[in-house]
Design a protein around this ligand. Structure first.
Ligand code: SD4
Length: 322
């Protein structure tokens, strides 16, 4: 009778024989390669440095969650980026308030809203996800939690952002304008070679918004949604519009019904036209699915997305409805 040991030795032998066969046989290799999920990072706007940082993190063998966080941290630390983190334009009272969230492949989620004085809101959101039983922390509580977890308190209002606010004050027109042109609020989603998904979204919100205003970006399902069974989606643009239509979640649900990510983004953009408003506004959506397909679509022209695959990095001019 075959002993357990002999059986295991036999199994080990046949495994190494199989590996040899795979090595010897290019066809088998290419079949296996085709079956491997395609790794990919996709971000809103022309966020080249962020996507590069995210991709490099992934290539170092870190998790897809680490990768999207690393990407989101780039614009957060960039004083020239006026839509995210340090250097973000303040609200109409001159206060920089940040919104961010993150989701992992297990459906875990963490978020901070109305956070002040901490540069890396996305990393605080990750800590909320990993260290608390909660999903969202707001304002003073979020700040206290960040400080307890070793984050540094710093002034996020740069001279450039202060100047822009002071100029805005001369008229104080309360029209929180969403830029239709390029800007850099980042939603970043990705899939690794094991098919694991994650996503992150971080912003300083609308420039000169009303103090206390929270947008779509930190709201799970609106600014970001990740479902390991289906795919991931994230949003940029006028948060109020995205919130009303629960943008990211609706895209993932459409993909669940079999829709291609681009078509799902387009359908979600079409739903925005039901919103009653006289002011023109912009929204851009991006999405990926577990098969490694991606899509980007916006309401008005001018939206871009940045994609990194094994083929390299490219900046995409998204199609738009109007
Ligand atoms: C917000 N969706 O707070 C964000 C703003 C944004 O690029 O995406 N700006 O409404």
């Amino acid at each position: 009778m075959t002993s357990r040991r002999d059986f295991l030795a036999g199994a080990a032998l046949s495994w190494s024989a199989l590996q040899q066969l795979i090595k010897d046989n290019g066809i088998v290799n290419s079949i296996l390669d085709k079956q491997k999920p395609k790794q990919m990072i996709l971000a809103t706007w022309k966020n080249i440095h962020a996507v590069e940082a995210s991709w490099e993190t992934l290539q170092k063998g870190k998790s897809i969650l680490d990768a999207v966080e690393a990407g989101a941290r780039i614009p957060e630390a960039d004083p020239l980026d006026t839509s995210v983190g340090y250097g973000g334009f303040p609200d109409r009272d001159g206060v920089v308030t940040l919104d961010a969230c993150i989701m992992d492949s297990n459906g875990n989620a963490g978020s901070v809203v109305y956070l002040q004085d901490i540069m890396h809101a996305v990393s605080v959101a990750r800590k909320v996800m990993e260290k608390t039983p909660h999903v969202i922390l707001a304002g003073e509580g979020a700040l206290r939690f960040a400080l307890e977890n070793g984050f540094q308190r710093e002034n996020l209002l740069t001279p450039k952002a202060r100047k822009a606010w002071e100029e805005w004050l001369t008229k104080s027109e309360y029209k929180p304008k969403i830029n239709n042109e390029r800007h850099d609020t980042i939603g970043i989603i990705g899939v690794d070679t094991n098919g694991q998904l994650s996503g992150a979204c971080t912003t300083s919100g609308l420039a000169f918004k009303r103090h206390g205003r929270v947008g779509d970006s930190p709201i799970i399902g609106a600014g970001l949604y990740v479902d390991q069974q289906v795919g991931a989606a994230t949003a940029t643009g006028l948060g109020e519009a995205v919130l009303k239509k629960v943008g990211a979640f609706s895209i993932v649900e459409m993909m669940r019904q079999g829709m291609h990510p681009k078509k799902a983004c387009r359908e979600a953009i079409k739903r925005l036209t039901q919103i009653q408003t006289t002011e023109p506004f912009q929204v851009g959506y991006i999405a990926i699915n577990v098969k490694g397909e991606w899509g980007a679509f916006s309401l008005l022209p001018g939206f871009q997305a940045t994609l990194h695959t094994d083929q390299g990095l490219q900046v995409i001019d998204a199609e738009s409805l109007k």
